[in-house]
Design a protein around this ligand. Structure first.
Ligand code: G6P
Ligand code: MG
Length: 221
C-alpha cells in the first residue's frame, strides 16, 4: 500500500522550471551557444554544473573553458535565477497542488522533497509549504544526479518507508528514470516526463489527486 510521496520541486510544485530555463537560456546566448526547446527540456532535473556541461557539449564546447570559468558561469546563472525567484509567493504553487498537499496530510500520508536544487528550502519557505514535508534531501550530499536513483532513495529513507510504499512525482524524464530505478512508483507530469514511460502519467498538475492516483494504479495493474 502507498503510504508516502517523494516530490520533485521545480515544475511539480511550482513553475520555477521556467526560471531555470530562462537563466540558462540567457547565459547560453551570452556565450554564443545555440538554444533549443529540446535542450531546455533535457536540462530539467539536472544539477547546476551538469546543466552547464550539457549546454557546452550540445555546442561542441565541452573543452573550451577552465573549471574556474565554468564555476563563474554557474554562479552567474544562479545569481540571475535567485533574482527571478525573489517574488515567489504561495500563489505560485501549481494548480491542484495545494489541494493535493492537504489531501496527503488529512489522509495520513507523508511526503519528502527530492529536488536537485540547492534553492529548494528557500522556495518552499516562500511558497509557505515547507512544513508539509517530513524532510528535504540535501543535494550537496549526493554522489550522483538524476537519472541515478540516489536522491529518491534518500527521500524514501527520510520517510522511513520501503520503495513499494512510495509514489514519486516528476516533470523531468531524468527524474522519472530515477524514481523507477529507486523502485518507487513514478507519477510523470507533462510531456517531458512522458518519454521516460512513468507508471502513471498526467498532462498537468490539475489532474493530481488521491482518487485519480488510485484509479490510475488500478488501470496499470
Ligand atoms: C532542479 C531543476 C534543474 C536545476 C537543478 C539545480 O533539478 O529542475 O533545472 O538545474 O534543480 O538547481 P539549483 O537551484 O541548485 O541550481
Ligand atoms: Mg522538475
Amino acid at each position: 500500500d502507498i503510504k508516502g510521496f517523494t516530490f520533485d520541486l521545480d515544475g511539480v510544485i511550482t513553475d520555477t522550471a521556467k526560471f531555470h530555463e530562462q537563466a540558462w537560456h540567457d547565459l547560453a546566448m551570452q556565450i554564443g551557444v545555440n538554444w533549443s526547446d529540446e535542450l531546455g527540456n533535457q536540462l530539467k532535473g539536472i544539477s547546476r554544473m551538469d546543466s552547464l556541461n550539457m549546454i557546452l557539449s550540445a555546442a561542441g564546447q565541452q573543452d573550451k573553458y577552465s573549471d574556474e570559468e565554468k564555476q563563474a558561469f554557474t554562479i552567474q546563472k544562479n545569481t540571475h535565477y535567485v533574482e527571478l525567484i525573489q517574488e515567489i509567493t504561495p500563489k505560485d504553487i501549481l494548480p491542484g497542488m495545494t489541494a493535493f498537499l492537504s489531501e496527503i496530510k488529512s489522509g495520513g500520508y507523508i511526503a519528502s522533497i527530492a529536488s536537485a536544487s540547492k534553492n529548494a528550502p528557500k522556495i518552499l519557505e516562500k511558497l509557505g509549504i515547507i512544513d508539509d514535508f517530513v524532510g528535504i534531501v540535501d543535494p550537496a550530499t549526493l554522489s550522483h544526479g538524476k537519472p541515478d536513483p540516489e536522491i529518491f532513495t534518500k527521500a524514501g529513507d527520510i520517510l522511513k518507508l520501503s520503495p513499494s510504499q512510495i509514489i514519486g512525482l516528476e516533470d523531468a524524464s531524468a527524474g522519472v528514470e530515477a524514481i523507477k530505478a529507486a523502485g518507487q512508483t513514478a507519477l510523470g507530469i507533462g510531456l517531458a516526463a512522458k518519454s521516460a514511460s512513468p507508471n502513471l502519467w498526467v498532462a498537468s498538475t490539475t489532474e493530481i489527486s488521491l482518487a485519480n492516483i488510485a484509479a490510475g494504479m488500478q488501470n496499470s495493474n
